[in-house]
Write a protein that binds this ligand. Structure first.
Ligand code: MSP
Length: 511
């Protein structure tokens, strides 16, 4: 059994922005956490390459759509490399393998008698690749997300009988664990309660798409095609990709992590399509919030888009990851503020965690011959051992509920408590009396051991920082031993060497 997690498949109209980095970093942390917890993980990401939006982008650049897609897909791949994303699959919807899965799926849905020819009339947003409803019959002609003029469409399309699945979708969304967070689930419940309408799954005027096998003048609607990327990703590395293979090798996904704007597609249309094709529905759809910058929506026209590569080269990925994972509660909107970013990184990572490690290691080296002190048997001071146990339990509890911000805060609070312990015990005063040497040894051991556990808990969130902490403690992390076992107290060995301390993270300056 594999744990299957997916990011959305990003449109290739442009290179990745901070929103795409955000979702991908969260998925990466969850994937790392699941692997560390002993699960086999299939982490799927990729790109959504078809449709009118991409066709027009390529045409405005006067290049073939495929050439444009190749270029942007490579940029995405390069980005995930630069950000150390540990995905197992990168799916491209313009690939032959994907096309064969779409054809097979379409045939199944057709066999279920869920496809018919009809006329599609309505206002379309090319940015969203979606028809917009105007229930009050007074279209604003603008998309509220893209602020772009809607286009009127009136054409013959193939339709999918979504309405047939009304009661099945109602039952599905009754389960509170299917759509998270709660507020998003309520939006969907409300939407479904108004009655599901069939939706069109083909286009006659979009050449950049997968041709519908039996209706060649039509191409598949980009969303019908793209959602299937999650399934074709599982089969992509074999010779003859098939639905059966994906079903036997991981499908259904455990979690689709997506932005709140594309929840309907994932929590309503997609499950209905899957039921129609005789396939299992995803176990969870999690709709995260949107990122703004200094309180404003990010957009090219506003000129305030944050270039993730600039952030990466300026601050490093650990700083950006910490900010995104710890400061934004998954599900809520989040705001990127430069001052807050600098403060958080300096306070949490440099001052609290970095300093704790640095000063304790320096004391230990000075008083105990560059080594970890002895952990005497009469070390009856269980304060940090108890804090550690609690921190580990809470971290796991929060991570399992996708409360990554709370999990990150557990680590930080544990480091704060460890600093407090050190300040209260004042080993630098105790050491002045040579009779206190074992007592000081125990105090320092407790603090070093707590720091080891802080570093270990950071592993799924900030892998590089975690490994730097480990190196500073004498490289004790053992890949052959399970991560969860190493979270137990008392693993740091006395007399192991402590290298010369080095700051694990540079302090950041305000812009
Ligand atoms: N191609 C579709 C998804 C198909 S999945 C089978 C798509 N692509 S997208 O590139 O437009 O958006 C990808 C994701 O980025 C969406 O989940 C969207 O919510 C998210 N974000 C876009 N802007 C964002 C922010 N400013 N902040 C956070 N996420 C944002 O939709």
């Amino acid at each position: 059994m594999s744990f299957v997690i997916t990011t959305p498949l990003y449109y290739v109209n442009d290179k990745p922005h901070l929103g795409s980095i955000y979702t991908t970093v969260i998925c990466d942390s969850i994937a790392r956490y699941k692997r560390l917890s002993g699960e086999k993980v299939i982490f799927i990401t990729g790109v959504d390459e078809h449709g009118l939006k991409i066709q027009r982008t390529a045409s405005s650049k006067q290049v073939k759509p495929q050439t444009h897609c190749d270029e942007i897909s490579n940029i995405f791949k390069q980005n995930w490399n630069d950000w150390d994303i540990t995905h197992n699959k990168f799916v491209r919807t313009s690939s032959k393998e994907h096309e064969s899965i779409v054809d097979e799926f379409y045939n199944r849905v057709k066999k279920s008698n869920d496809i018919y020819m009809g006329v599609q009339k309505g206002w379309y947003c090319v940015g969203c690749e979606e028809f917009k409803e105007n229930p009050d019959n007074s279209p604003t002609h603008k998309c509220s997300i893209h602020q772009k003029t809607l286009e009127w469409k009136n054409e013959e399309n193939l339709f999918f009988r979504l309405s047939k699945y009304q009661s099945q979708i109602e039952d599905l969304i009754k389960d509170p664990s299917f759509i998270q967070p709660k507020e998003r689930r309520n939006e969907i419940i409300n939407f479904v309660s108004k009655g599901l309408k069939d939706f069109s799954i083909s286009r006659t005027n979009v050449s950049w798409g997968i041709p519908v096998p039996d209706t060649k003048s039509h191409t598949f609607y980009v969303w019908f095609d793209a959602l299937l990327g999650y399934v074709s990703a599982i089969s992509q590395d074999i010779n003859n990709p098939s639905l059966e293979y994906s079903i036997n090798n991981g499908w259904p996904a455990d979690i689709h992590l997506i932005g709140k704007d594309i929840l309907r597609f994932h929590a309503v249309y997609w499950p209905a399509m899957l039921i129609s094709a005789g396939m299992k529905v995803p176990k969870k759809v999690f709709g995260h919030g949107f990122l703004t910058r200094e309180g404003q929506k990010m957009g090219k026209s506003l000129g305030n888009v944050l270039d993730p590569n600039l952030l990466l080269s300026k601050y490093g990925k650990e700083a950006v990851r910490w900010y995104l994972l710890k400061d934004i509660s998954l599900g809520n909107d989040g705001d990127f503020q430069n001052k807050r970013f600098v403060d958080i990184i300096n306070n949490d990572l440099a001052n609290t965690i970095g300093n704790l490690l640095n000063r304790t290691s320096s004391m230990s080296r000075k008083w105990f011959d560059n080594k970890v002190p002895n952990n005497e048997e009469f070390n009856i001071d269980n304060t940090l051992k108890l804090h550690s146990k609690k921190a580990v339990d809470n971290f796991i509890k929060h991570f399992n509920s996708y409360e990554l911000d709370l999990a990150a805060n557990v680590i930080l609070n544990f480091a704060i408590k460890t600093n407090l312990y050190l300040n209260e015990k004042q080993p630098w005063i105790l050491i002045k009396d040579e009779y206190n040497i074992s007592l000081v040894g125990n105090i320092i051991y407790n603090v070093l051991e707590s720091t080891r556990i802080v570093g270990l808990l950071l592993l799924p969130l900030l892998p590089d920082l975690s490994s730097k902490i480990d190196i500073q403690l004498g490289s004790i992390y053992d890949e052959k031993i399970s991560w969860t076992d190493q979270l137990n107290w008392g693993i740091l060995k006395h007399k192991s060497n402590l290298p010369v301390p080095n700051p694990i993270i540079e302090k950041l300056e305000y812009e």
